[in-house]
Design a protein around this ligand. Structure first.
Ligand SMILES: *[C@@H]1O[C@H](CO)[C@@H](O)[C@H](O)[C@H]1NC(C)=O
Ligand SMILES: *[C@@H]1O[C@H](CO)[C@@H](O)[C@H](O)[C@H]1NC(C)=O
Ligand SMILES: *[C@@H]1O[C@H](CO)[C@@H](O)[C@H](O)[C@H]1NC(C)=O
Ligand SMILES: *[C@@H]1O[C@H](CO)[C@@H](O)[C@H](O)[C@H]1NC(C)=O
Ligand SMILES: *[C@@H]1O[C@H](CO)[C@@H](O)[C@H](O)[C@H]1NC(C)=O
Ligand SMILES: *[C@@H]1O[C@H](CO)[C@@H](O)[C@H](O)[C@H]1NC(C)=O
Ligand SMILES: *[C@@H]1O[C@H](CO)[C@@H](O)[C@H](O)[C@H]1NC(C)=O
Ligand SMILES: *[C@@H]1O[C@H](CO)[C@@H](O)[C@H](O)[C@H]1NC(C)=O
Length: 241
């Protein structure tokens, strides 16, 4: 039997988007994760390590936390769309006089007397790395299993799997299976997130072949039902640094 923590889901593509949006909207500031709004000096940063693996256009506290966790840094900080890390003191320049300062346009701006404001997060419970494994080849109409691994950190992890054939799955299990209905090379992309970290992404390729000469079957692909599954995640390599 499958672990009780695994949750079976039937997913629409739309739902996948909704899930993401919901997570973002319900993002809350947790005492142990979110440490507050702090002063920073862009010319002599307390957070002097640039996180390499995050998506600049959409930097969230969660994503920055994972990017810094990946670098084995204890603290992460977002400054607008930027993400920085430190393993030293995050209180070097003190706490901002008001939480609201982190909402102002002062970030990165010289009009603010060389002070900017950063949101600081602890990486201690963050997922820092994700890997996905699967067979190099699989057969048409037969289950192909994909398994993911991550560090020990992370509770209540959600995974998404994009099987590369238009099928998606959202699951709380780290492994999953998929039945392909057409042959070819498919890039399987997985991501993992918790409410304090992620998404972290990973991918792998699988070649689906047929023993019967059939190349594809006309299946509806909009809805994918999956059993308790695994995820595959690859680190996103974007951003400065
Ligand atoms: C998936 O996990 C749930 C909860 O543990 C379990 O009740 C269900 O039987 C599992 N489904 C499959 C297909 O294993
Ligand atoms: C994450 O979820 C747990 C409960 O599942 C909650 O206690 C915690 O405050 C949440 N953290 C954040 C940052 O939302
Ligand atoms: C960051 O600052 C710390 C403490 O001031 C220092 O030890 C470290 O070398 C700096 N790292 C970089 C990459 O500048
Ligand atoms: C982080 O630490 C782990 C365990 O010590 C190590 O395997 C990994 O290579 C480190 N990551 C980086 C980016 O240095
Ligand atoms: C950061 O500090 C933690 C705990 O103090 C340590 O385990 C880790 O190795 C440090 N990371 C780096 C990159 O030195
Ligand atoms: C910048 O510093 C000057 C003098 O220290 C002060 O009068 C001014 O209010 C400061 N401006 C901001 C935006 O903090
Ligand atoms: C994990 O999720 C379960 C069910 O939603 C919840 O009861 C529990 O508090 C969560 N744990 C954490 C650490 O978020
Ligand atoms: C996930 O892995 C576990 C342990 O190997 C296994 O029992 C379970 O059947 C797998 N689930 C899926 C959906 O492949």
């Amino acid at each position: 039997m499958v672990e009780a923590t695994c949750l079976k889901r039937t997913i629409y593509r739309l739902l996948l988007l909704t899930f993401t949006v919901l997570l973002l909207e319900t993002r809350q500031l947790h005492a142990d994760w979110y440490l507050g709004c702090f002063n920073e000096k862009p010319k002599d940063r307390a957070f002097n390590i640039s996180a390499g693996n995050y998506i600049v256009s959409d930097t969230s506290g969660q994503e920055c936390t994972s990017a810094c966790a990946y670098l084995n840094q204890s603290y992460a900080a977002t400054e607008k769309e930027l993400c920085f890390c430190t393993n030293g003191s995050y209180t070097k320049y003190g706490k901002a006089s008001s939480e609201n300062l982190c909402n102002t346009v002062c970030s990165s701006s010289s009009s603010c007397n060389d002070t900017s404001y950063i949101r600081v997060y602890s990486t201690q419970d963050a997922i820092g790395e994700l890997r996905v494994y699967g067979p190099q080849t699989g057969w048409l109409l037969q289950e192909v299993e994909f398994t993911t691994t991550r560090g020990e950190a992370g509770v209540n992890v959600s995974y998404t799997f994009d099987f590369g054939d238009g099928s998606y799955v959202l699951t709380t299990c780290p492994n999953t299976t998929h039945v392909y209905t057409s042959v070819g090379h498919f890039r399987v992309k997985a991501s993992a997130r918790t409410n304090m970290s992620g998404p972290i992404m990973a991918s792998t390729w699988v070649f689906i072949q047929s023993s019967t000469g059939i190349l594809s079957l006309d299946y509806p692909q909009e809805i994918v039902e999956s059993e308790n599954e695994t995820e595959i995640v690859v680190t996103v390599s974007q951003g400065p640094g």
